[in-house]
Design a protein around this ligand. Structure first.
Ligand SMILES: *Cc1c(COP(=O)(O)O)cnc(C)c1O
Length: 402
């Protein structure tokens, strides 16, 4: 920071999200570069031993070592915090590193965690298998049932965790109501906001204590690199996250931070367009004879439409539906697609389709999958940047072959 200067900007609070995503967090070197610089360096050198000492005591601001401080990573963190309306952000190597750090950094043996059952498969692993191995038992609940959250609370409950809309069934949880239950129990609420994107839902404003993203998804949005981010109050980051990350090291590469930083400039353009197309796709497919159930968080027939109206400003870029004929029907449909690609990823410029029962949710028993709403015919469509008519045309011609 000693050599890098933030440009003069109006107060961030006076700027719209689109503007913040272009300018917030920028630091310029003495060369006055237009585009944010990529500082691909492990560490820094100091003009004197005295300055080095001052850097370590914190008396002199500046960067030390890329496991916990790098100028390009810092720009990405600042820009994400400005978008989310969070006081502080810390970047991580992947979304799972963000989830794991947000949880582990708050917990110790003897604590208890409550989480919604419909979670990304790896999040389920951390909560259901990893935490209990270290003496932190967990209870999984139907996230849409507030009574189950209340009933799961124990005196030692420290953390609530949820994902909304959930992967892959796009279930929506009342974040404000769950935050109130968590706080009454003396627990903190962590929200995985990947499916809503930073554009359509603000969990901190709804009462959550911490928000995590896989930046691998919409934030990159072009399938290039992995990344994650944890956002919370300065107090929460200092108390739990900062030292944990600094000493355990799941750091984001400066190169990936640079890619993600540049991607934030176009985030609203991409998400608005992909969401508009998702609405068009959902409306075109709903009610077709070979679609047995269609779930989209922007349609009035969504089971939690009233909550969506209160807590989301857009319906996300994901659509889920059951293809007639179970697994065989879903596979035939996916194999017949010519434009939409088969993948496990989401949030990409390219439309991608996933069969959760045989991929992301393969390790669960059929009974566990049924409890999560992951049926054999369910596919999850991540809507990309293609023209809506081309996408609808591809989906319909593939359905005709089921
Ligand atoms: C992808 C994803 C993750 C994990 O992110 P990675 O970057 O792949 O580690 C966590 N939660 C949700 C909801 C996701 O979609």
């Amino acid at each position: 920071m000693s050599q890098l200067q933030p440009p003069h900007l109006p107060a961030l609070e006076s700027l719209h999200p689109d503007t913040r995503l272009v300018h917030a967090g920028t630091l310029r070197s003495q060369f006055g570069e237009t585009s944010e610089a990529l500082f691909l360096t492990q560490g820094h050198v100091y003009p004197s031993a005295e300055e080095c000492e001052a850097r370590f005591t914190g008396d002199s601001p500046g960067f030390i070592y890329a496991r916990f401080s790098n100028p390009t990573v810092a720009m990405f963190e600042e820009r994400m915090a400005a978008m989310e309306g969070a006081e502080a952000a810390r970047a991580t190597a992947t979304g799972m590193a963000a989830v794991t750090a947000a949880l582990l950094s708050q917990l110790k043996a003897g604590d208890h965690v409550v989480a919604s059952r419909a979670l990304f498969g790896s999040c389920r692993y951390v909560i259901e298998e990893l935490l209990p191995r270290f003496g932190v038992p967990s209870t999984l609940v139907d996230g849409t049932n507030l009574d189950e959250w209340r009933a799961a609370v124990r005196p030692e409950t420290r953390v609530f965790f949820l994902e909304s809309p959930s992967n892959p069934t796009l279930e929506v949880i009342d974040i404000k109501a769950v935050a109130d239950i968590a706080h009454a129990a003396g627990a903190a609420l962590v929200v995985d906001n990947v499916f809503a994107t930073p554009l359509w839902q603000k969990p901190l404003a709804l009462g959550a204590d911490c928000v995590v993203y896989s930046a691998t998804k919409h934030i990159d949005g072009q399938g290039r690199c992995l990344g994650g981010v944890i956002l919370a109050s300065e107090d929460f980051i200092q108390k739990h996250v900062h030292t944990f990350l600094r000493q355990t090291g799941p750091a984001l590469s400066p190169f990936n931070a640079w890619v993600l930083l540049k991607a934030l400039e176009t985030l609203p353009l991409r998400i608005e367009r992909q969401t508009r197309t998702a609405v068009a796709v959902a409306d075109a497919l709903a009610g077709l004879p070979k679609i047995e159930r269609l779930i989209y968080a922007g349609r009035p027939d969504h089971p939690q439409a009233a909550i969506i109206a209160r807590q989301m400003t857009g319906g996300s870029t994901l659509v889920a539906f059951d293809v007639a004929g179970g697994k065989a029907g879903a596979f035939r449909f996916m194999n017949a697609l010519r434009l939409v690609r088969i993948s496990n990823n989401l949030g990409d410029a390219k439309s991608l389709i996933t069969h959760p029962a045989t991929t992301t949710h393969q390790r669960f028993t059929p009974e566990q999958r049924a409890a999560m709403g992951v049926s054999e015919g369910l596919v999850r469509l991540s809507v990309g940047l293609e023209h809506p008519d081309d996408l609808v045309g591809d989906l319909k011609q593939a359905l005709a072959q089921v």
